[in-house]
Design a protein around this ligand. Sequence first.
Ligand code: TPP
Ligand code: SF4
Ligand code: MG
Length: 339
Amino acid sequence: MAEVFTNATQVLQGFKGVKKVSVEEYFTSGHRTCQGCESALVMRLMIKAAGPRTIVLGATGCMYVANTTYYTTPWVVPWMHTQLGSSGSAALGTAAGLKALMKKGRMKAEPINVIAFCGDGGGADMGLGAISATLTHKEYNCLILLYDNESYANTDIQASGSTPYGANTTFSPPGSVKRIMHNRWKKNTAGMLAAGHPECRYVATVDASYAVDMMNKVRKALSIGGPTFIHSFDPCPKGWDFDPMLSHELGELAVETGIFPLYEVEDGVVRHYGKTRAIAEGRPRKPVREYLLKQGRFAHFTEEDLDYFQAKVDEMWEKWEIPGVIPFWKEKRPAVPMP
Ligand SMILES: Cc1ncc(C[n+]2csc(CCOP(=O)(O)OP(=O)(O)O)c2C)c(N)n1
Ligand code: SF4
Ligand SMILES: [Mg+2]
C-alpha cells in the first residue's frame, strides 16, 4: 500500500550534552576554507544536527565557493548551489517540490529536512526579501540559516549591512583624513525577521562556540514545522584579521560582551539562553574592548571609538524594549553621539 503523505517533520530531540552528540559526519574533508573558519564549523554542526535525510541548498559565498571546488565536496548529503540572493526561494521551492511529489505518490512519503544557507551579504542584504516571503508560507517545512561572517568575504571582505561599526573592510579602509569609513550600526536581522513574521514559529541566534546549544537550535527549527530562521555568528580569521586559534574565543567574547545576544523566539515567546540569559538577568558584561582589540579590523580605533561602541551596546541592554532583541523606544531618547 502506498504510504500516506502527512507533511510531518522529522522528530529531532535535542542532544542532552556533548557526549550524546552523534558521531557521524555529513560535512567532511574536501573543502578549502581558511584555517579557523567558524562558518565551516557551522556547516559541519548544522548537518550533524539535521542528519542524513536532509537536502542542503547553499547561496553563493565562501560556504559555496570554498566547499565545492571542481570534483571535490565535503557534503555527504544532497547539496545544490543557488544564486546569491535566493536562499529563501530555494528553500521554499524545494520544500514545495518535495511536498507535491510526495502527495502525488511520485516519491516515497517521508520527512526530509530542507535547509538553505546564505551569508550575511546574501541573506541580510541581497536576499532579505526572498527570506521574508518564505517565512510567510507556513505550509512548507524548511530552515534558512544565515551564517554571518560580517562581510562579503568571498569577494575579498567588502562591508555588508551586517558589518560592525567602524570595521576596516576593503570598502571602508581607515585613512589619515577619515578614520571611520563604515559608520553604520549592524543590522538587527534576527530581531527584524522574528518581529515581522507572526506565523513563523521559530527564529534563533546561535554561535558555534556553544556547539551543543547551536545544534539543538537547528534541531528545534527543523522539528517545529513551517519555515524557520537561524542567524549564526561566525568569526572569520581572514576578514577580521586575527590569529585562527582565536576563533572560538572571539565567538565567546561576542556573547560575553553582549555584542551578539543568544536568544530564540518560539511561537512569539522570546527566551535568552546561555550566557546571554545571565546578562539579561543582570550579570555584568565584559567590556567590548576585550573583543574588539583582538581583531585587526578595529586596530585603528581610538579610545573615543571604543567608548562609542560600548555606549551603543550598553543602550541595547539598558534601553531596548526587549534587551538585545527588539529596539523600539516607548519615549524619545537622546541618540548616542558619534565620535
Ligand atoms: C548577484 C550576484 N552579485 C554578486 C556576486 C559576487 N559574489 C559572489 S560571493 C559574494 C559575497 C557574498 O557574501 P556573503 O553572502 O556574506 O557570503 P560570504 O562570501 O561572506 O561567505 C559576492 C558579492 C554574485 N555571485 N551574484
Ligand atoms: S574568508 Fe572567512 S568565511 Fe571565508 S573561508 Fe576564510 S575564514 Fe571562512
Ligand atoms: Mg559574509
